[in-house]
Write a protein that binds this ligand. Sequence first.
Ligand SMILES: [Fe+2]
Ligand SMILES: [Fe+2]
Length: 182
Amino acid sequence: MAEKEMMGLEDLLKHGLKDMYYAESKIQKALPKMIKAAEDPDLEAALEQHLEETNDQIARLEEAFELMGEKAKAEKCDAMDGILTEGDKLLKDFGGTPAGDAAIIFSCQAVEHYEIARYGSLRAYASLLGMDEVAEILDGILSQEEAADEKLSDIAESSANPAAAGGMDDEDDDEDDDDDQA
Ligand SMILES: [Fe+2]
Ligand SMILES: [Fe+2]
């Protein structure tokens, strides 16, 4: 009973960092499969870029652990395991079909939104705790995740979804669509 009552926001922050350290290393292993399966060169390039960012994010999480006087340690993240297992299955079912790229984006945006949710919370905890450098690291990572998500929406809307729908959508039907994906 005593031990549980001691858990506070800093513990939750440390737990969250371990969760994301695990998640990022799983993403690092999953992205090359997605890159290989992607047909659209823009999608391939976006995923390549995000793989590089992911490598960098892992290093930055290690810095955050260090700033908190903690050893970098991963803690199993069931949510990310589930999203990536589902992504594997989608790749098997849809890879090589007209909906292949749309399915890759479908999976990747689930990953990005999970990351955005978690980094948003963790950044808020670090700020509240006055851990400005940690908050800054988390803010930088969060910006990369948001940019990756937006880029995926752009590719989905401009090419992957229309290709999956069966129409090649050659030239712009630029009625500003404000129902952005994700
Ligand atoms: Fe990430
Ligand atoms: Fe990401």
